[in-house]
Design a protein around this ligand. Structure first.
Ligand code: GCO
Ligand code: MG
Length: 434
């Protein structure tokens, strides 16, 4: 038992490459010993900061840094109501920082604290998107030449907003101001522009989404990719929960012949039960989980083997402490990990992903965000991505730091509606789960 206590807990906001990141720094009574953790909920950063500063900090100051499990469990019930994204992200920031501290005290990386490495590096997938299957394929080719073997493919649906490609931005660019409104599909763009203010910065372009045109463009994309590259490269696709569930069942069967590595977010978490129908009808590998915040959502999906890959956003579930247990449950049911790792997981969060990636036997794949130079400067020790993998640097703890002076150069910018994920609508105006 060390005599090292928690002396201070601070929240750092920074957006070096235009994505709002939330980092927690836990400082200790041992001079120079501190840890960093990711608490990034990019659409709602300020309530996460308040949850830490107003509640976790007074609750934890003076506690021993040794007792990560006890700190996590007592923090989890300290709000009585639990399993929310805001509270889980707040706990994750502290939890990951405590694992960082424990590794530094032990002089070993966190994956060694967990029992060592099952692999030297974590194979990753990267994102290829474009306005046409040809453009997506061209970007794929460039990634393949750099040694990437797993590539997520997303294509525009002409005339509509599509997740994962730039069509929304393209259309936003078109409609610079309300007076330039053009019809873009089955309804005048005015409905799409209902909430749009060209003067504001949007977290994510909205637009009109229609399931059938989207599915046709995705199927055309897979046909093109398989025709051009064959089956030697692994392709992944994210439906992003947008289509009516029964169409999702049809779509999963329709894509079976393209042998995807996985099909992601086929349904919304609220429609998890539909995965049973897919399992009975086809063998398309299924991934789900970035939107989950609660063990209640996780357990049925793993115990009934309704998914193949756990796509949890580790800070949304509360950090390394709960997710290492979820990974262990997955191993017993042969369900693999595929932690969420987009640009709005901070490099600290990617480092936490990597610790579990290297240790878990049931590792599946790791999503990698290829961070810009500014972000990598703010976060020295960011996991390197090359030769198709994410690599550890072998340093103790999470192996990463934050340069607070540099981070302060990139304060949060003002965003429309506080930075909400923008409103996507069906042609008749109904809001779509985004
Ligand atoms: C993914 C995710 C992201 C989310 C984003 C939300 O598979 O990487 O779907 O792109 O949409 O993280 O903020
Ligand atoms: Mg996703």
């Amino acid at each position: 038992m060390s005599n090292v206590k928690i002396r201070d807990i601070r929240v750092i906001f920074t957006e070096p490459d235009g994505i709002r990141l939330v980092i927690v720094k836990v400082e200790t009574t041992e001079p120079g010993l501190y840890g960093v953790g990711c608490a990034t909920f990019t659409q709602r950063p300020t309530p996460v900061k308040a949850a830490i500063e107003d509640y976790l900090k007074p609750f934890l100051l003076g506690k021993s840094v040794d007792d990560i499990e006890d700190i996590w469990q007592s923090s989890y019930v300290s709000s009585y109501w639990r399993n929310s994204g805001v509270l889980n992200n707040a706990m994750s920031g502290v939890d990951e920082a405590l694992w960082d501290i424990k590794g530094k005290m032990a002089g070993m990386p966190v994956y060694d604290l967990l029992g060592g490495k099952a692999r030297e590096a974590a194979p990753v997938y990267v994102h290829s998107s474009g306005s046409s299957p040809q453009e997506v394929g061209d970007k794929m080719e460039a990634f393949m030449e750099k040694g990437f073997h797993h590539i997520r493919v997303q294509v525009d649906t002409p005339g509509y907003s599509t997740y994962g490609s730039h069509s929304g931005k393209a259309k936003t660019a078109q409609a610079k101001s309300k007076k330039e409104q053009v019809s873009n599909g089955p309804i005048p763009i005015t409905t799409w522009l209902r909430d749009y203010d060209p003067a504001k910065l949007y977290a994510h372009p909205g637009g009109v989404f229609e399931p059938k045109p989207y599915m046709r463009s995705a199927l055309d994309l897979f046909e093109h990719i398989r025709g051009r590259f064959g089956y030697g490269v692994e392709i992944l696709h994210d439906v992003h929960e947008r289509i009516p569930p029964i169409l999702g069942v049809w779509f999963a069967k329709e894509v079976e012949k393209y042998q995807l590595f996985f099909l992601e977010d086929l349904f919304s978490p609220e429609d998890n039960e539909y995965f049973r129908l897919v399992r009975q009808q086809c063998s398309t590998p299924i991934s789900m989980g970035e939107l989950w915040n609660s063990p209640h959502e996780v357990v049925p999906m793993i115990k009934d083997r309704l998914i193949d890959f756990i796509r949890i956003h580790i800070s949304q579930m509360g950090g390394i402490t709960p997710c290492r247990k979820i990974a262990a449950m997955g191993e017993l049911f042969n369900v693999r990990t595929a932690w969420h790792g987009p640009g709005d997981t901070s490099p600290v969060g990617h480092a936490a992903n990597l610790m579990l990636d290297l240790n878990c036997t049931n590792f599946g794949i790791q999503e990698a965000a290829l961070f810009g130079d500014r972000t990598k400067e703010v976060f020295p020790g960011s996991p390197e991505v090359h030769d198709g993998c994410m690599w550890p640097n072998g340093k103790p703890g999470l192996g990463i730091d934050i340069d607070e002076k540099l981070a302060a150069k990139y304060p949060f910018r003002e965003r429309a509606f506080g930075g909400a994920w923008d409103t996507v609508r069906r042609a008749d105006g109904t809001v779509v789960k985004p």
